[in-house]
Design a protein around this ligand. Sequence first.
Ligand code: AQP
Length: 334
Amino acid sequence: MTDARRTPRVLSGIATTGTLHIGNYVGALSMWADEQDRYDNYFMIADLHALTIPENVQPDALRSRIREALALYVACGLDPSRSAIFRQSEVSAHATLAWILGCLTPVGWLERMTQYKSKSSTVTASAGLFTYPALQAADILLYQADFVPVGDDQRQHIEITRDIAQRFNHLFGEVFTLPESLIRKSGARIMGLDDPSIKMSKSLAGTRDGHAIGLLDPPDKIRRTVMRAVTDSGSKINPEQLSPGLNNLLVLFETLTGLSREVVLTKFAGQGYGVLKRELADVAIEKVGTVQARYRELREDDATLDAISAEGANKAKSVANATLQAAMCATGLR
Ligand code: AQP
């Protein structure tokens, strides 16, 4: 249970299902990095979650994506001295607690998950895809996280985590802290640049050119993607009438520069769409370029990456194993 005296704890992660994109950066990574001093931080590379659609798993690609994600976490500003950075699969308590929590999660709760509904309509659903909210609940509850900083698409997952925790606490006694989501006001749902009606996603970025700005994309690709971004049939920016595509570009500009909405709207009001796109491309290239410079250094230094991951896993294990023991004692397994 929460100890009122301790620094509030955060846990979050990103599934290694593809190369990270600017939506992951704005909605998750940048927020994690900016707030590190406020919290006791645990950030996992969610590699077990990458197995939920086995048709998409290529072992060599997965191995390399895990390393890529580790280096990108650090390159985006996570500081190993302030944050435990670790691979989910290295802490076996995640899988054990996921089983315990899965056993007390009603099937109806899982059937209501919108992510399951949308993904299972495109692939043959595995049991893992169906039960993965129990694994995500385990990820969060093992650390007694007070807050989970995520993008808007994860709201429902944090709610089911709270429901599962409450059900466990009710059945077996108070073991788990009920977490709350931390979702930024602007930028919590960056939309696809090729289709502003859908969320920018890793999986789509891998199959659709022009969908996302990848954190490892070269400058010319970033510029092409931004300049081709879908807007509407207008030509000049009218702050009173912003189409979803235009609004998405403004949100990206605002979050990447740190300027307020008001300032951004004043700056671009009456300007042609091309002006906004050119300036956004410049800003994105600069931001991503800084991340990539640090990323390249880290990828040449396997020893440092291994040390970061080992240290993070040790720290994570000590917290996770203590919570797992408490859950096992409460259920009678210990
Ligand atoms: N478009 C987005 N805007 C803001 N935040 C976002 N996040 C994801 N997309 C956006 C946040 O990033 C964290 C990791 O989410 P994820 O691993 O589910 O990544 P994804 O890009 O959402 O991946 P896919 O392809 O849609 O799904 P998978 O990987 O399951 O195939 C979260 O905090 C998320 O909110």
